[in-house]
Design a binder for this molecule. Structure first.
Ligand code: GNR
Ligand code: NI
Length: 185
């Protein structure tokens, strides 16, 4: 095979993975930490990014594709900008601001449903990057929101779990109806 350097060969086949939708019980599992970052995991993360782009999402947690491992990908670049994928392996929030902020959230596992969620406005987190190097990050605004949303997924939590029971059951009922009509899932 033609070697393009940095461990890359010419034959890179990407796979679009299936995104689970609520109330799939696999979305409730707590994901286990990854041992380390190797070529296998990098291939999986490449597939996750490809899947996220195909679904037009800005983040994706491994839990959402039925893999109970602590892996998150994200790309917050605006449409038309150069893609800027980010990889978070074993992410851990090490500090959360006491100040909260309300974010309007959606989720690829709760298709076409949006609502406001209150979360810490700023966080610090540590994680391993694509190359397995330890990183720390300070996040606010969309990055803080998205990272908290994704780490929730790794703990089996969906944004609708932060809403009132009434609002959550309304959304789940709408999802069920959409699925019955063959619009999703
Ligand atoms: O694509 C997504 N958009 C989004 C918008 C506001 C807050 C969080 C998100 S994440 C979501 C993709 C997804 O479901 N990630 O888990
Ligand atoms: Ni989500």
């Amino acid at each position: 095979m033609l070697d393009l350097g940095r461990g890359r060969s010419y034959l890179t086949v990407m796979t679009i993975l299936t995104i689970l939708t609520a109330p799939d019980p696999r979305l409730k599992l707590k994901a286990a930490p990854v041992d380390g970052v190797d070529d296998d995991l990098r291939r999986f993360m490449d597939d996750m990014v490809e899947t996220m782009y195909a679904a037009k999402g800005i983040g994706l947690a491994a839990t959402q594709v039925g893999v109970a491992r602590r892996v998150v990908v994200m790309d917050l670049a605006d449409k038309g900008e150069t893609p800027a994928p980010q990889y978070f392996v074993n992410p851990e929030i090490t500090w959360s601001s006491p100040e909260m902020e309300v974010f309007n959230e959606g989720c690829l596992s709760v298709p076409d449903q949006y609502d406001d969620v209150e979360r810490p406005a700023r966080i610090r987190a540590r994680y391993l990057n694509y190359h397995g190097a330890e990183q720390t990050i300070e996040a606010d605004e969309l990055l803080a929101d998205c990272l908290q949303h994704e780490i929730d997924h790794l703990n089996g939590v969906l944004f609708i779990d932060h809403l009132s029971r009434l609002r959550r059951s309304m959304i789940l009922k709408k999802l069920e109806k959409a699925r019955r009509l063959g619009q999703t899932g």
